[in-house]
Design a protein. Sequence first.
Length: 425
Amino acid sequence: MITLSGTGLAPVGSYSPASVTFPLQRVGITSAPQTVTFSNTGDTILTISSIATAGALVFAQTNNCPATLAPGSSCTINVTFQPAQSGGAYYGNIVVTDDSGGVSGTQQQALLTGSGGASTATLSPSSLTFPATKVGTASSASSVTITNNGTMSLNISSISVSGDFSQSNNCGSVVVVGASCAVNIVFTPVATGLRNGSLIINSDAQFYNSEPMSLSGTGAVPTLSVTTGTLTFGIVPVGTQSGSSAVTLSNPGPLPVNIASIGIAGDFIQTNNCPAILPASSACAINVSFVPSTGGISSGALTITDDVPGGSQTVSLSGSATDFSVDVSPSSVTVHAGQIANYNATVSAVESVYNQAVSLSCSGLPPGATCTLTPPSVIPGTSSQTAKLKITTLNGRTPKGTYTIVVSGVVNGIVRTTNAMLVVK
């Protein structure tokens, strides 16, 4: 018997490493390649019929492997991972079909695993509506918070706004996982009415609520209405104050009105309860009275200076005043020292009726002389009233000469005068 012996030779394919785990990879983005070395650790030529990835469509490979691999030689397979969605793990394989062990069609597998991640964000609030704002004036800032509640950093390339809006923010270019940043938005309307715009965030995030974010606001101008454009007062005696007539200022608009001043011109006075800032949908009252200083028709104006377009509101004022006059007759009396000079002092209504009591007095008397008016006051009514004026001189004390006697009528500080001559011989 003859004993036979021999050593069988066969190719053997193997991987290094035998499995690949990709780090967390952003959804939709292809990872950097991971390299697997495929070697022929056998002692004959290894024939490779195909190299592919299997088990998931998110893995892909490229390689430099030849169709045959000599014993002890190797080639590289570069695998990439592109996840389709975040959350959960993906599993797959590199499959090399060869003739390892001398068996054609043998499949060598290396395990592939990876997880997809994303930067997902929310906007809070999801929209902004600004209150009515004066045209050309900036509103107070309203804040929008961007929160990264995803699994990867949020990369922001730009933040912008459209329409009558402006923004500033502290977001930078990266918002890490779990962090937030703020966008402060200001509304400056260029016209009245509804104004719309958007907050636009260019980033790699998926937003759970609206983006671009809706912005809106109303442009407005202050408005002020006055109950009347004219006030006419009845006949008022000079030196007295009429009853008051009210002018109501109303703010029917959505904005406060800034009242800089309330002024009055002419023989008129005013009191008011108007604040420096008249709130929206509120009103105040200005009470106007007529205080004539002269008889006849007086005119004036009530002027409200404010920030309503046009700058002021004006109410025309008018009123009629009745006055009085004082006359003395005769115009000159001649006496000897020690005698009495007699005159008539007449008070007459000017401009209709004058029903105020006019107090009479005289001045300019010579030394030692006295003056008596009887009665000391009169009410002229619709025509006139006369008082007796006596000037008593004293013999030996009233020097000779010509004197100008001033007769005065007074009502509430209003003075009317006339002159008479006294000649003492």
